[in-house]
Design a protein around this ligand. Sequence first.
Ligand code: URA
Length: 231
Amino acid sequence: MVAAQKQKIADFLDITTDFLGSGYKSEKTNYQFEDDPVPPSQGGADSLEQIAREIRVCRNCSLCEKRLNAAPGEGAAQPLVMVIGEGPGEDEDKQGRPFVGKAGQLLDKMLDAIGLSRSTNCYIANVVKCRPPGNRDPFPEETSACAGFLSRQITLVKPKFILIVGRIAAQAVLQTSESTGKLRAKFLELENNGIKIPVVVTYHPAAVLRNDEYRRPVWEDLKLLKSGIDK
Ligand code: URA
């Protein structure tokens, strides 16, 4: 069934419901169906909502085939810090939100320790928005298929700083093959859409959960980020 036919049925159901309820109302709702093509924002300004709509129906790589829900990103629209992780896991796939599982809970604590939170001054996103099956690392073709969404999110939220967690995200965003050990403990720079943004790389919270030895370096990286923020 094509989108126009589905919209007609949705309109009919709306009208019927309104007749049965409080009377006919003429405004109609434009529904977005999972398999509808989403037109790119037509000449108008881009928005986080538009990007999220495109991500939810995206079929640019095979990760779309097994996703329950894409997790586009969430947080403050004008954040001090944008946090970039690897990709949704099982919990994120179920909820359609980034970093909501065990690693996400630790990430929230890490951010809280330096006065940051997704509800006030952070925006959180991943390099891939759909869960790689079995939590495998995303393939390079999957991170590049998703790169345009991340770049548009960065352009829109204009973070003062970016915190990248984990090797996969760091390598994809910074276009490098260096290890986290080599990239961390210093300020780097990302140029996105002509704007330069200071970046700190640290270990992924899931790695910290697996190995206590990462706790100290992660804390040092967070303090480094905080020193930049407080300057
Ligand atoms: N790990 C990530 O990198 N991102 C998430 O959203 C969850 C776990």
